[in-house]
Design a protein around this ligand. Structure first.
Ligand code: HEM
Length: 447
């Protein structure tokens, strides 16, 4: 943590009566610590300053970070706005539904949400489609004997989300690279020069949008074709003049991003945890053997408690979305204090996900906390997907594809008597922001 914080910044300042965390660097603020060791930064700030403190996100400005899990409910508050997301990353999130409030948000969300509910997923036979793609991919890993896991899961997730959208999955590596550059726009310094992240991110966006525009034209030319992209184009076209092609492109770009980046990270963490904890692998292979094949329908998931617990516990320990930014529209009470209108908030999902207020022994990876529970899953149990009007659209899809993935992996590897083995240091190179993921250098062997 030492050099991640600026040792010369020892100010004890306050803003709106909330303390500011020390250790900010000029221009980039606390970003080095946020990107590389967010859990330690949040723990240290909470221990020094209490539940509410300002963190400096460099180009995105300061945010009042609310470290107590009670702040999770703010995501459901009608006086808390998501528009800030579009202001922080206008090139990436501007015009997308995640950065909209109220009626505009509802209309854009309605155009896609039913396709992602269990009924929509079953109707589109997504389970069958994914099961065969997943089996082919893990067989390839087995034959390769060793893989750079994050690169592999990113390519796999892009293939899956493309097939779900009904878009031809060509140039997958190129798409992965472009999305990686696009994500840098969230933390890019506002300097538009060749070779710098802002210029590269904008070029990546233009590359992506040109292709999406072609897919939309193609969808209009083949209106009878099935697939989410065709459905979205149809719905947007029927909805009147106010939804332009730019809004359609922005939302498809968002779906491709949301549908692959977070899930690829979680999938990579699942393999890493299976590789470093042989007892997990044993429990999973027993379950896979009992099932005999990869589950296809949402209803089949109840027969895979170990795979489901693995998906939930991996996300709890390694949440893929670590922080959510919001703006307060009207003065709000919080923890006996008042947050003035206009305040920019940071809701740290990662901190709640590992909080002793919510979980017994939060630092331990325990499947038992899911296997032994008898009550149904509550919003707080899936806090890694947010809550309120913007709660993740892809929750049921992720649940299905990650359980399918676990079972496919266990069946394919077990058939030839191999299992995942960790070949790299896990702590080195992991990132927590703008999205969280293990290092792309981590290699997994199958032997
Ligand atoms: C492990 C995987 C995933 C995690 C942890 C995750 C997490 C989240 C979170 C925390 C939010 C709330 C954002 C906010 O309130 O500002 C969100 C929203 C969203 N997610 Fe996911 N997500 C995942 C996978 C997916 C997938 C697979 C899709 C779709 C294919 C998807 C589509 C979306 C969309 C469209 C939104 C915006 C919803 C809205 O603003 O109404 N996500 N996700």
């Amino acid at each position: 943590m030492n050099l991640l914080l600026n040792p010369f910044d020892r100010r004890c300042s306050r803003q709106h009566d909330f303390p500011e965390m020390q250790g900010a660097y000029p221009w980039v603020g606390h970003l080095p610590a946020i990107v590389r060791d967010l859990p330690a930064l949040l723990q240290r700030a909470e221990a020094m300053l209490g539940n509410h403190f300002w963190l400096d996100f460099g180009p995105a400005g300061r945010m009042l970070t609310c470290a107590h899990p009670d702040a999770f409910a703010l995501l459901r508050h009608r006086d808390v706005s998501s528009a800030l997301i579009g202001e922080i990353a206008p090139d990436l999130m501007g015009g997308t539904l995640v950065a909209q409030d109220g009626e505009a948000h509802r209309r854009a969300r309605d155009a896609v949400k039913s396709a992602f509910l269990p009924k929509g997923l079953n109707q589109a036979r997504i389970g069958e489609l994914f099961a065969s793609l997943l089996k082919v991919q893990v067989q390839q890993w087995r034959d390769m004997g060793e893989v750079a896991i994050l690169r592999e899961t990113s390519d796999l997730m892009l293939k899956l989300i493309f097939s779900l959208m009904g878009i031809p999955a060509r140039d997958i590596r190129q798409w992965r690279r472009k999305y990686k550059q696009l994500l840098q726009l969230i933390i890019a310094p506002p300097i538009d020069l060749p070779g710098l992240p802002l210029r590269r991110g904008r070029a990546a966006r233009s590359w992506i949008d040109t292709r999406l525009r072609e897919f939309i034209q193609d969808a209009r030319a083949h209106a009878k074709r099935t697939g989410l992209l065709n459905d979205m184009v149809g719905l947007f076209d029927q909805s009147g003049q106010d939804l332009s092609d730019d809004a359609l492109i922005a939302n498809i770009r968002l779906l491709l991003l949301a549908g692959h980046d977070t899930t690829a990270s979680t999938m990579a963490w699942i393999v890493i945890e299976l590789a470093r904890q042989p007892a997990l692998w044993e429990a999973l292979t027993e379950e896979a053997q009992r099932l005999g094949d990869v589950p296809i329908q949402q209803e089949d998931l109840a027969r895979c408690p170990v795979a489901e617990a693995l998906f939930r516990e991996t996300l709890r320990v390694h949440p893929a979305t670590t922080l959510l930014p919001r703006r307060v529209l009207q003065e709000l009470p919080l923890g006996g204090r008042h947050i003035p209108a206009g305040t920019v908030l940071c809701i740290p999902l990662l901190h709640f996900s590992r909080s002793a207020h919510l979980y017994e022994a939060p630092e331990e990876f325990r499947l038992a906390r899911w296997l032994q529970r008898t009550e149904p899953i509550r919003p707080m149990d899936m806090l890694q997907f947010g809550t309120g009007p913007h709660v993740c659209i892809g929750y049921h899809l992720v649940w299905l594809e990650l359980v399918q993935f676990c079972i496919a992996l266990a069946l394919v590897m077990q058939k030839v008597g191999v299992q995942p083995r960790l070949l790299s240091n896990v702590e080195k190179g992991r990132r927590y922001y703008p999205t969280a993921h293990p290092s792309s250098a981590i290699r997994i062997g199958f032997s």
